[in-house]
Design a protein around this ligand. Sequence first.
Ligand SMILES: [Zn+2]
Length: 419
Amino acid sequence: MIAALAVLLQISAAAPVSGAPPSHITVRTASSTGAAPIVRSSAGAFVSASALTRALGGTTSPVENGRFTVDIRGTTVSFVEGVPFARVDSVILPMSAAPYSAAGAAYLPLHFVAELLPRVTTGLYYDVAMAELRVFNTVTQSRPPPSPQSTQPAEERAASPTVASLEVPPRAPRARRTTPRRIVIDAGHGGPDNGMTGPMGGGPRIYEKHITLAVSRQVAEILRAEGIEVVMTRTRDTLIALSDRGRIANRNKADLFISVHVNAAPTTWRNAAQAGRGFETYFLAEAKTEEARRVEQMENESVRFETGANAPKGDPLSFIINDMAQNEHLRESNDLAESIQQGLRRIHPGPNRGVKQANFAVLRTSFMPAVLVEIGFGTNPEEAAFMGDPSKQRVIARAIADGALDYLDHYEQRVGGTR
Ligand SMILES: [Zn+2]
């Protein structure tokens, strides 16, 4: 906390004019310094897209039918006027405000420049205190591409660290947190709903509902030791309706909702037992890929175990527009998902499958940053053994807990330690 205060003091000392918001952002490259004016309205702060891209040596397309793109350092980002999302390939990034155009010129939310742009491109850093976007040389930081003569198969290169070499890297002790936090941990499935079973091709049998409960209990224990209040949607082998899981989180006024699951490769995949490996974290949004839709369908299957009053009524396809209560947490959910992936990356034997988005029933009813983490593929014999081992479950739980704690630390820093 003291460190955080010191940072805050430095920030206010470095601000160009005390109290006054910056009138422009500075764009500093190795060879030039440019500027892009900041325009303010009731919707927030915006930056001229063409001024920004010119200073960065990129381009902005003309606005056509409300659509335009910017090209910056090899990354193309698409925007639609009035829609608060940016698109990079198939990834949709929520923004704090919608882009707009005036007299043919496009304007981007400052939030995009400050937080999203440095994430989707390489070699950019935004200094909030100085309102300065810096371009730095990434050559020394990026890893050399794998040499074509390498004798190691690509599969193995992608799969580090191996299970045998697994260790939990030591980390600095966390600062004492001052704001009380409550996290809901949701162990997927339960009771008559086993979730997935595996692995394919024999080996000790695992049931998703047991793994999710064991890992979730450990996550809860670790978080409680860090002073976080934890509510579990289930602590026994019982079935909780998908829609009730989020409601439990709402009722408890939780800060975060984390649902724990185990992935399964469909039998239609070629060499499915080996092909399905790794970990991924979802936040609630429309599924963008076939693969995301597949996982969404698999996890939403649980409703067939629900009867009577708990059964869901209708499936609002246009939830992204309709459901403003969850919508406002898209960006935070995305950040939380990133943070949990970072945690798992340090310990998992499988590949990082990244942050994804899908319309999960279990996330639809929780009105807070909410994610669903697939901790590994139970269909893969190696990962099934990894997730079935109680000592590895502890390691997985530690990674998830660290992801959540990192998110909270980052969030508290961003808002100055208060909510
Ligand atoms: Zn599941």
